[in-house]
Design a protein around this ligand. Structure first.
Ligand code: HEC
Ligand code: HEC
Length: 566
């Protein structure tokens, strides 16, 4: 009895505490900046783990900063992306704790699972020392209301799609959410650095997390310091949940499902490039992560493409690979090439063409309302009109000789001993070419015209097909039942990627799945069975008529009862 009362008392207390938290008693309590001792112990951890990126002074100017994109947060500006508080407000202590613990996927901000709860909490308190705002009683953050999710339905997804369009999300994020809206190329953050509208079709890349609750929160609070506004005032919770459901539906799965193998499927009909992607329906999709290369000049730390998907088929003559990736805009003008030089001063700069001053209508971090949805394509004209200097491009890399052991050529365009074949497609042109690489400083043409291809760009996605004879004098043969090492590169012309500044994958493999020849065993077994049945029937017949007579002849004893009677 006493125990039950106690439990009830605890539950009641807990409830009061919880509701007080959300109802804003924190507000009444004044700034939550921890004790001197907590901040001091936070400093020790910070110097050890955080200063190389965020800087000793918390200004985001750590020694690693020139290489990082997005740049490490400047804590003196006191603008935080992932919060439960209104647009423009400071984060709560718990918000800081959560983001330090979880990190920000697909940026250099790591998760910190190894730090103790106390260390993370102390760090969060220490971060408040970088800006006087945190100790300003006027600026104590008050979380917005984040009601729990209703259940998902196909209607809510439909409604969400409609609202996504009407609210103008597509202006930045694009029709299918691939980050290719007409305003996307003009977006900048509060420091006037180019910033990409998140690819909403790849929820695993979300900095603020990809659960329904995370997406709802992002939409309700906005990302301070970026063009991503808050929709808490303009959309009801029901509407925000509907859009959340639509966003969840845009990703084919809730994770990237990375693999290390492309299975090339045999097809009956001769591969015809004119049939485009339709030819690849039977082929499984393999997704590979894109990384930046940071070991050779031309360093790209965070290429805008985060993954490519690959499918492969082959007929009796040729093999074909379909490579797809999301790209904010198609750069079909200019030029590109794997050996174009990248000047050192560009290596360390933030990628993305700097937009003309004032080009962004939504550059203001204080944007509270969604931009007018009137004419979503009005602004498309401006960026599209400026021809880019560098075109988009893609390359498939295979070893020039099928390796006999596990050793593969160096993954950055091969090495002196082990050269690679590059099937390179400058997407400003009509056809791929074949090159031979012996390292990035030694790339020569090796083109006998046997690699052909087609490319198309639709709604933020490139689809590029390469085709080559299975056996050719210009490269290693593909044979059923065999594995072939393969790697991929993509260049984003908009971000001035060319030469060694590009997104690339590690080595993976193509497995050429043997054709399942209509087997000869089945029919043989069937014929054998048939013969057996006929034989048995004949034996039975022979024994019945012949054996019967023989017995009669030999023994004179009729064995058949009927015969006795007869
Ligand atoms: C390798 C570099 C790196 C290290 C180390 C690092 N950070 Fe970060 N951090 C970043 C980057 C980059 C961002 C910004 C990501 C973005 O804007 O999307 C960031 C953002 C943040 C934010 C802002 C989150 C928000 O909602 O805006 C906090 C807080 C933070 N880091 C805390 C820490 C702490 C604490 C440590 C040490 C335990 C740490 N970081 C270590 C790179 C780093
Ligand atoms: C003015 C352009 C703009 C509009 C309009 C806009 N967004 Fe965004 N959104 C952005 C940018 C830019 C980012 C990326 C911020 C960053 O990288 O830090 C973003 C990020 C996001 C994210 C992902 C955050 C994460 O965790 O990484 C979601 C989800 C999102 N937006 C949803 C929406 C929805 C839903 C709408 C419409 C209701 C919308 N956005 C309208 C520009 C916009």
């Amino acid at each position: 009895m006493t125990a039950r009362l106690l439990t009830r008392g605890c539950v009641a207390l807990l409830f009061t505490a919880l509701s007080a938290g959300t109802m804003g008693s924190v507000h009444a309590q004044g700034p939550d900046v921890g004790t001197e001792a907590q901040r001091e112990s936070g400093r020790t951890v910070y110097v050890k783990y955080c200063a190389q990126c965020h800087g000793e002074k918390g200004d985001g100017q750590g020694y690693a900063t020139p290489h990082l994109y997005p740049m490490p947060r400047d804590f003196t500006a006191a603008r935080f992306k992932v919060r439960t508080t209104p647009n423009g407000a400071l984060p709560t202590h718990q918000d800081l704790v959560n983001i330090i613990r979880r990190g920000m996927p697909y940026s250099s901000m790591p998760a910190w699972p190894e730090l103790s709860d106390q260390e993370v909490s102390d760090l969060a308190y220490f971060i408040t020392t970088f800006s006087p705002d945190f100790s300003n009683p006027e600026m104590v953050p008050k979380p917005v209301e984040l009601p729990g999710p209703p259940s998902t339905s196909s209607e809510s997804i439909e409604l969400g799609k409609k609202l996504y369009e009407e609210t103008g999300c597509l202006k930045c994020h694009g029709n299918l959410g691939r980050g290719d809206g007409p305003s996307a190329p003009t977006l900048v953050d509060e420091f006037n650095h180019p910033i990409r509208a998140t690819n909403l079709a790849q929820s695993w890349t979300f900095r603020g997390g990809s659960s329904r609750e995370d997406i709802f929160r992002t939409m309700s609070t906005g990302f301070n310091g970026t063009p991503m506004p808050s929709f808490a005032d303009s959309l009801s919770p029901e509407q925000r949940w509907a859009i959340t459901d639509f966003i969840v539906s845009l990703s084919s799965s809730n994770g990237p499902g990375y693999t290390n193998l492309v299975v090339a499927k045999p097809v009956q009909d001769a591969i015809d490039l004119a049939n485009g992607v339709a030819s690849f329906e039977s082929a499984p999709v393999a997704r590979f992560p894109i990384i930046g290369q940071i070991t050779e000049p031309g360093r790209a730390f965070y290429p805008p493409a985060t993954s490519v998907t690959v499918q492969a088929i082959y007929d009796t003559e040729s093999i074909a690979l379909l490579v797809r990736w999301h790209d904010m805009s198609a750069e079909k003008a200019g030029k590109n090439g794997p050996s174009l030089p990248v000047p050192p001063e560009e290596e360390e700069s933030v990628p993305g063409a700097a937009p003309a001053a004032g080009a962004s209508p939504f550059g203001d971090a204080e944007v509270a309302a969604p931009p007018p949805a009137a004419d979503p394509f009005a602004e498309a004209a401006a960026p599209a009109a400026q021809a880019s200097e560098f075109s988009d491009a893609v390359a498939i890399q295979i070893p020039s000789l099928v390796p006999s052991d596990a050793r593969k050529p160096y993954f950055i365009f091969g090495d002196a001993q082990n050269s690679v074949d590059l099937w390179f497609f400058d997407l400003a042109g009509q056809e791929p070419v074949q090159l031979a690489g012996r390292g990035s400083a030694d790339i020569a043409t090796n083109d006998i015209g046997d690699v052909t291809g087609v490319a198309s760009y639709d709604q933020g996605e490139w689809s590029v097909i390469f085709k080559r004879p299975l056996r050719t004098t210009s490269g290693a043969p593909f044979a059923p039942g065999q594995f072939m090492p393969v790697a991929f590169s993509v260049w984003d012309g908009f971000s001035r990627e060319r030469g060694n500044r590009r997104g690339l994958t590690a080595w993976y493999s193509i497995y050429v799945e043997p054709q399942v020849v209509p087997s000869a065993v089945g029919p043989m077994v069937r014929t054998a069975l048939l013969i057996l049945v006929i034989e048995l029937a004949v034996i039975f017949w022979v024994r019945r008529s012949y054996g019967y007579g023989a017995r009669g002849e030999l023994g004179g004893e009729p064995s058949h009862p009927a015969a006795t009677r007869a």
